[in-house]
Design a protein around this ligand. Sequence first.
Ligand SMILES: Nc1ncnc2c1ncn2[C@@H]1O[C@@H]2COP(=O)(O)O[C@H]2[C@H]1O
Length: 203
Amino acid sequence: MEKLGHVTRYPAGSILFGAGELTDFVLLVRHGHVKITTHSSEHIVAVRGPGETVGEMAAIGREPRSASVYALSEVEALYVPGDVWLEFLYEHPRVMRALLRHLHARLKEATRKQAEHGIIGAEQRLARGLVELAAKIGTPDERGVCVALNQRELAGLVGVSRESVSQVVKRLRAMGAVATGRQRIIITDEAILASVADGNTIS
Ligand SMILES: Nc1ncnc2c1ncn2[C@@H]1O[C@@H]2COP(=O)(O)O[C@H]2[C@H]1O
Protein backbone atom coordinates (compact mmCIF):
# COMPACT_ATOMS: atom_id res chain seq x y z
CA MET A 1 0.00 0.00 0.00
CA GLU A 2 2.74 2.45 1.03
CA LYS A 3 4.25 2.30 -2.47
CA LEU A 4 0.99 3.39 -4.11
CA GLY A 5 1.28 7.02 -3.14
CA HIS A 6 2.81 9.52 -0.78
CA VAL A 7 2.01 10.61 2.76
CA THR A 8 0.23 13.97 3.15
CA ARG A 9 -0.62 15.89 6.28
CA TYR A 10 -3.51 18.30 6.79
CA PRO A 11 -3.89 20.67 9.75
CA ALA A 12 -7.09 20.54 11.83
CA GLY A 13 -9.87 22.54 10.15
CA SER A 14 -8.34 22.48 6.67
CA ILE A 15 -10.20 21.26 3.58
CA LEU A 16 -8.92 18.06 1.91
CA PHE A 17 -11.09 18.61 -1.17
CA GLY A 18 -14.37 20.31 -2.04
CA ALA A 19 -17.71 19.10 -3.46
CA GLY A 20 -17.81 19.41 -7.26
CA GLU A 21 -14.03 19.40 -7.55
CA LEU A 22 -12.63 17.54 -10.57
CA THR A 23 -9.98 15.46 -8.83
CA ASP A 24 -9.92 11.70 -8.36
CA PHE A 25 -7.19 10.88 -5.84
CA VAL A 26 -8.10 8.61 -2.95
CA LEU A 27 -6.95 9.29 0.61
CA LEU A 28 -6.28 6.41 2.98
CA VAL A 29 -6.57 7.96 6.43
CA ARG A 30 -3.78 6.86 8.77
CA HIS A 31 -4.17 9.26 11.71
CA GLY A 32 -6.89 11.70 12.75
CA HIS A 33 -10.49 12.11 11.64
CA VAL A 34 -12.26 13.87 8.78
CA LYS A 35 -15.83 15.04 8.37
CA ILE A 36 -17.69 14.63 5.09
CA THR A 37 -20.11 17.45 4.39
CA THR A 38 -22.69 18.46 1.81
CA HIS A 39 -24.49 21.83 1.36
CA SER A 40 -22.31 23.62 3.92
CA SER A 41 -19.26 22.79 6.00
CA GLU A 42 -21.61 22.13 8.94
CA HIS A 43 -23.92 19.62 7.25
CA ILE A 44 -22.05 16.42 8.11
CA VAL A 45 -23.02 13.14 6.45
CA ALA A 46 -20.22 11.01 7.88
CA VAL A 47 -17.03 10.97 9.92
CA ARG A 48 -14.10 8.81 8.85
CA GLY A 49 -10.93 7.86 10.65
CA PRO A 50 -7.83 5.64 10.69
CA GLY A 51 -8.00 2.68 8.30
CA GLU A 52 -10.79 4.23 6.24
CA THR A 53 -10.71 5.83 2.78
CA VAL A 54 -12.18 9.05 1.43
CA GLY A 55 -12.53 10.08 -2.17
CA GLU A 56 -13.16 6.62 -3.60
CA MET A 57 -16.41 7.66 -5.32
CA ALA A 58 -14.80 10.05 -7.81
CA ALA A 59 -12.22 7.37 -8.65
CA ILE A 60 -14.89 4.71 -9.21
CA GLY A 61 -17.53 6.86 -10.93
CA ARG A 62 -15.25 9.29 -12.76
CA GLU A 63 -17.49 12.09 -11.57
CA PRO A 64 -16.87 15.31 -9.65
CA ARG A 65 -16.50 15.03 -5.86
CA SER A 66 -19.87 14.21 -4.27
CA ALA A 67 -19.07 16.00 -0.99
CA SER A 68 -16.46 18.12 0.74
CA VAL A 69 -14.00 16.67 3.22
CA TYR A 70 -12.47 18.61 6.15
CA ALA A 71 -9.89 17.61 8.76
CA LEU A 72 -11.53 17.43 12.20
CA SER A 73 -8.14 17.03 13.82
CA GLU A 74 -4.64 16.90 12.39
CA VAL A 75 -4.82 14.25 9.65
CA GLU A 76 -2.17 12.07 8.07
CA ALA A 77 -3.21 10.17 4.94
CA LEU A 78 -1.75 8.24 2.05
CA TYR A 79 -2.49 10.11 -1.18
CA VAL A 80 -3.12 7.64 -4.05
CA PRO A 81 -3.96 8.71 -7.63
CA GLY A 82 -7.40 7.33 -8.68
CA ASP A 83 -6.14 5.12 -11.53
CA VAL A 84 -3.38 3.64 -9.34
CA TRP A 85 -5.92 2.82 -6.63
CA LEU A 86 -8.33 1.19 -9.13
CA GLU A 87 -5.51 -0.88 -10.62
CA PHE A 88 -4.54 -2.00 -7.09
CA LEU A 89 -8.15 -3.09 -6.43
CA TYR A 90 -8.29 -5.14 -9.65
CA GLU A 91 -5.07 -6.89 -8.66
CA HIS A 92 -6.12 -7.53 -5.04
CA PRO A 93 -9.53 -9.20 -4.79
CA ARG A 94 -9.42 -9.19 -0.99
CA VAL A 95 -9.10 -5.40 -0.91
CA MET A 96 -11.88 -5.16 -3.51
CA ARG A 97 -14.07 -7.35 -1.30
CA ALA A 98 -13.34 -5.15 1.73
CA LEU A 99 -14.40 -2.11 -0.31
CA LEU A 100 -17.61 -3.83 -1.44
CA ARG A 101 -18.35 -4.73 2.20
CA HIS A 102 -17.80 -1.13 3.22
CA LEU A 103 -20.06 0.21 0.44
CA HIS A 104 -22.67 -2.40 1.34
CA ALA A 105 -22.61 -1.33 5.00
CA ARG A 106 -22.97 2.32 3.95
CA LEU A 107 -25.94 1.55 1.71
CA LYS A 108 -27.61 -0.51 4.44
CA GLU A 109 -27.07 2.29 6.94
CA ALA A 110 -28.53 4.86 4.51
CA THR A 111 -31.56 2.62 3.94
CA ARG A 112 -32.02 2.14 7.69
CA LYS A 113 -31.81 5.87 8.34
CA GLN A 114 -34.30 6.60 5.57
CA ALA A 115 -36.72 3.96 6.86
CA GLU A 116 -36.44 5.31 10.40
CA HIS A 117 -36.99 8.87 9.31
CA GLY A 118 -40.27 10.02 10.79
CA ILE A 119 -40.64 6.84 12.84
CA ILE A 120 -37.85 7.32 15.32
CA GLY A 121 -38.03 10.57 17.23
CA ALA A 122 -35.34 13.23 17.40
CA GLU A 123 -34.37 12.21 20.93
CA GLN A 124 -33.59 8.59 20.04
CA ARG A 125 -31.89 9.58 16.80
CA LEU A 126 -29.62 12.12 18.46
CA ALA A 127 -28.79 9.68 21.29
CA ARG A 128 -27.86 7.00 18.72
CA GLY A 129 -25.76 9.49 16.80
CA LEU A 130 -23.92 10.53 19.95
CA VAL A 131 -23.25 6.92 20.97
CA GLU A 132 -21.75 6.23 17.50
CA LEU A 133 -19.73 9.44 17.51
CA ALA A 134 -18.40 8.83 21.01
CA ALA A 135 -17.07 5.45 19.87
CA LYS A 136 -15.51 6.99 16.78
CA ILE A 137 -14.16 10.42 17.70
CA GLY A 138 -14.78 10.67 21.44
CA THR A 139 -11.92 11.86 23.61
CA PRO A 140 -11.78 11.53 27.41
CA ASP A 141 -12.65 14.65 29.37
CA GLU A 142 -12.71 15.09 33.15
CA ARG A 143 -16.53 14.94 32.97
CA GLY A 144 -16.89 12.02 30.50
CA VAL A 145 -16.39 11.43 26.77
CA CYS A 146 -16.15 14.57 24.70
CA VAL A 147 -17.49 14.86 21.12
CA ALA A 148 -16.08 18.03 19.57
CA LEU A 149 -18.93 18.97 17.22
CA ASN A 150 -21.35 21.86 17.51
CA GLN A 151 -25.14 21.53 17.55
CA ARG A 152 -25.52 22.57 13.90
CA GLU A 153 -23.09 19.82 12.85
CA LEU A 154 -24.92 17.27 15.00
CA ALA A 155 -28.23 18.31 13.43
CA GLY A 156 -26.89 17.66 9.91
CA LEU A 157 -25.32 14.36 10.87
CA VAL A 158 -28.37 12.98 12.63
CA GLY A 159 -30.92 14.48 10.24
CA VAL A 160 -32.95 16.59 12.66
CA SER A 161 -33.45 20.35 12.79
CA ARG A 162 -31.08 22.60 14.72
CA GLU A 163 -34.00 23.59 17.00
CA SER A 164 -34.78 19.92 17.79
CA VAL A 165 -31.13 19.29 18.66
CA SER A 166 -31.20 22.20 21.05
CA GLN A 167 -34.39 20.91 22.76
CA VAL A 168 -33.14 17.32 22.93
CA VAL A 169 -29.76 18.37 24.30
CA LYS A 170 -31.57 20.31 27.02
CA ARG A 171 -33.57 17.18 27.93
CA LEU A 172 -30.48 14.92 27.83
CA ARG A 173 -28.72 17.42 30.07
CA ALA A 174 -31.59 17.36 32.56
CA MET A 175 -31.37 13.53 32.62
CA GLY A 176 -27.66 13.78 33.42
CA ALA A 177 -26.71 12.01 30.17
CA VAL A 178 -24.72 14.90 28.69
CA ALA A 179 -23.13 18.22 29.53
CA THR A 180 -22.39 20.96 27.03
CA GLY A 181 -19.32 23.04 26.39
CA ARG A 182 -18.16 25.41 23.68
CA GLN A 183 -18.62 23.64 20.32
CA ARG A 184 -18.79 20.29 22.10
CA ILE A 185 -20.96 17.81 23.93
CA ILE A 186 -19.68 15.71 26.80
CA ILE A 187 -21.31 12.36 27.46
CA THR A 188 -21.44 12.23 31.23
CA ASP A 189 -23.53 9.05 31.58
CA GLU A 190 -23.11 6.51 28.78
CA ALA A 191 -25.68 4.11 30.27
CA ILE A 192 -28.48 6.70 30.24
CA LEU A 193 -27.57 7.78 26.71
CA ALA A 194 -27.48 4.16 25.50
CA SER A 195 -30.88 3.58 27.04
CA VAL A 196 -32.35 6.60 25.21
CA ALA A 197 -30.65 5.36 22.02
CA ASP A 198 -32.49 2.05 22.48
CA GLY A 199 -35.79 3.91 22.56
CA ASN A 200 -36.46 3.95 26.30
CA THR A 201 -38.20 6.94 27.79
CA ILE A 202 -36.47 8.43 30.78
CA SER A 203 -38.00 11.18 32.86
N1 LIG B 1 -23.02 9.43 2.51
C1 LIG B 1 -21.71 9.25 2.62
N2 LIG B 1 -21.24 8.48 3.61
C2 LIG B 1 -19.91 8.30 3.76
N3 LIG B 1 -18.99 8.84 2.93
C3 LIG B 1 -19.41 9.61 1.93
C4 LIG B 1 -20.78 9.86 1.72
N4 LIG B 1 -20.90 10.67 0.65
C5 LIG B 1 -19.65 10.92 0.21
N5 LIG B 1 -18.75 10.28 0.98
C6 LIG B 1 -17.28 10.33 0.87
O1 LIG B 1 -16.93 11.69 0.59
C7 LIG B 1 -16.18 11.69 -0.61
C8 LIG B 1 -16.31 12.93 -1.46
O2 LIG B 1 -15.54 12.74 -2.64
P1 LIG B 1 -15.86 11.46 -3.55
O3 LIG B 1 -17.20 11.66 -4.18
O4 LIG B 1 -14.71 11.21 -4.42
O5 LIG B 1 -15.95 10.24 -2.50
C9 LIG B 1 -16.74 10.49 -1.37
C10 LIG B 1 -16.77 9.47 -0.29
O6 LIG B 1 -15.47 9.02 0.02
